[in-house]
Each structure stands twice: as C-alpha cells, then as structure tokens.
Design a protein around this ligand. Structure first.
Ligand SMILES: [Fe+2]
Ligand SMILES: [Fe+2]
Length: 193
C-alpha cells in the first residue's frame, strides 16, 4: 500500500489539531528568528520548517509522557508517525530527527548539523525578551510569583549558552529588556508578587 505524502501545510494543520494553540505561532516566530540568526550558517529550509512545527509535539497532551523528556518524546513521535509520510531524503530525515531531539536548551549535548544548532538557539531566544516573559505568564499557573521565578531561572540557565554571533546580539537586547521589565515588575509587586 502506498504511503500518503504529507506537505508542510498538512503538518501545520495537524499541529493545530493535535497540539495547543501556542505551537503554530511559536513555530512561525522561530522561523523568523532562524532567518535572522543564520546569515553565516547555511541550512536546509524544508527540514527547518518541518523541525519548527514538529519539535514540541512531545509536549502536547496527546503525546506527553511523564518519564520521557519532551524533546526525546517529540523525536519518537515524529520518527514513528510522521517521518514515513515526508518526502525527504534519508539524510534530511536524519537531520530533522537530530534537530528535534537536541532542541532543548537544557540538553548539553553538542549538535552536528546547522539545522539543530539554529533550532536550539532560536528556541532559546523564544524564552527571552517580552515574548519570553509573555510565554511564561501565558503558560501559568495563575500565580505571578511562580511565573516570575521561572523566568529568572530559565534566563539564568540560558545566559552564556549562545554560540552564533547574531543570536548573541539578539539575546543581549532581549536580556536587557527583561531586566528592565523585571525591575518594573518587582517595583509594582511591592515585595509581594
Ligand atoms: Fe521544546
Ligand atoms: Fe519550542
């Protein structure tokens, strides 16, 4: 029996169907960031598009597994359910899986492909700046202090992790913005966030 081929539009629709609202907008922003940070880092655009939409599927309620880290889980899901339907070469498929599995900033393993590097550094930028803070508050819980503490701990972990010069530049601006916003937040929190 012939395997059905899925296009990027199919994958986007499936991301909307099986995922949560945040994932498609997050992927769209990632692709813009990847474009911005890649002047000296060539990459395969098709692979990158699939990676942007698929990398967090392991965090969706439908696929999440408590004892499996979400990036590894995304790789499992993509390898089993998606990859056979994508019109990519074996080499492209290998790069896609690597980029997905290694995308999380907590993963200290080094990456082989430019695609994996770009996805990881763009995804780190998504935790910074106003957009990073907005994502943390949107993620909940409905407790400002808990979200605030998560913002601080994530930015501590991400600081110093960027290796691409243009990503470092964007990160610098985003860290400055966060610092200012957090000063305002603390000031308006009157010590009792
Ligand atoms: Fe992720
Ligand atoms: Fe992500």
């Amino acid at each position: 029996m012939e395997t059905t081929r899925w296009t990027l539009d199919d994958i986007i629709q499936m991301t909307l169907d099986v995922g949560e609202d945040w994932a498609v907008a997050h992927a769209e922003r990632l692709l813009v960031l990847i474009d911005q940070i890649s002047p000296d880092t060539p990459y395969d655009f098709r692979v990158m598009e699939f990676a942007a939409y698929l990398h967090d599927w392991g965090a969706f309620p439908r696929y999440i597994q408590k004892d499996v880290e979400h990036a590894r889980r995304s790789r499992q899901v993509v390898e089993e359910e998606i990859l056979p339907h994508l019109d990519l070469t074996p080499a492209q498929k290998g790069i896609l899986l690597e980029a997905i599995e290694l995308h999380d900033y907590r993963d200290q393993r080094s990456v082989q492909s430019n695609e994996a590097l770009l996805l990881r550094e763009a995804d780190m930028l998504e935790f910074l700046g106003m957009i990073g803070m907005a994502r943390e508050f949107a993620r909940g819980p409905r407790n400002v202090e808990v979200c605030y503490r998560r913002i601080l701990s994530r930015s501590d972990q991400i600081q110093g992790r960027f290796t691409i010069p243009s990503a470092q530049q964007i990160a610098r601006v985003r860290f400055e913005r966060m610092e200012q916003c957090l000063v305002w937040l603390e000031e308006e929190g009157f010590g009792a966030l």
